[in-house]
Design a protein around this ligand. Structure first.
Ligand SMILES: Cc1cc2nc3c(=O)[nH]c(=O)nc-3n(C[C@H](O)[C@H](O)[C@H](O)COP(=O)(O)O)c2cc1C
Length: 137
């Protein structure tokens, strides 16, 4: 079975409330778990960062929903590619962080996930995440 991974950053829609963000996170967690998708969805100060991985058609199908979702915009893809295995597969569900600035330092399992990505993706994701979680983003 071919597997696929997509990673992007986006800006939350201007009027999105904390409750709306929580709804996105909890919907995503349960849908992705039911459909064997792994990865992570982070929200920090008005921006989303997501990695989704799984069976190719499932990933591409859900991404077209995500892309057209009016709860965010200015979506910029970081990668969109075939993968050999799921980098984040040892997460039982999506790893989700709400408004956490200390994620990179605090979450050791998350760092282990990064190590399993191929080298070029690892560098890209690390750089984006440190920008994402710093005040400067
Ligand atoms: C930033 C963001 C990330 C999302 N990620 C996922 C996801 O990984 N899985 C998912 O099922 N829905 C995700 N959604 C929700 C989908 O965009 C969409 O609402 C969902 O597929 C239900 O679509 P439907 O209302 O057309 O059935 C995300 C939404 C946003 C705003």
């Amino acid at each position: 079975m071919k597997r696929w991974a997509i990673c992007y950053v986006s800006s939350a829609a201007p009027l999105l409330t904390d409750k709306d963000v929580d709804e996105v996170l909890s919907w995503t967690q349960s849908w992705n778990l039911d459909h064997n998708l792994t990865g992570m969805l982070l929200y920090s100060d008005g921006n989303f960062f997501q990695v989704i991985e799984g069976e190719t058609e499932t990933v591409k199908g859900i991404f077209s929903n995500i892309y057209n979702d009016t709860r965010h915009r200015n979506l910029i893809k970081i990668f969109d590619k075939q993968i050999d295995k799921n980098s984040f597969e040892f997460y039982e569900t999506n790893f989700i962080s709400k408004r956490s600035k200390n994620l990179i330092h605090d979450d050791v399992p998350y760092l282990k996930c990064l190590e399993t990505l191929d080298k070029s993706s690892q560098i890209v994701v690390r750089n984006i995440l440190s920008a994402f979680l710093s005040d400067k983003f």
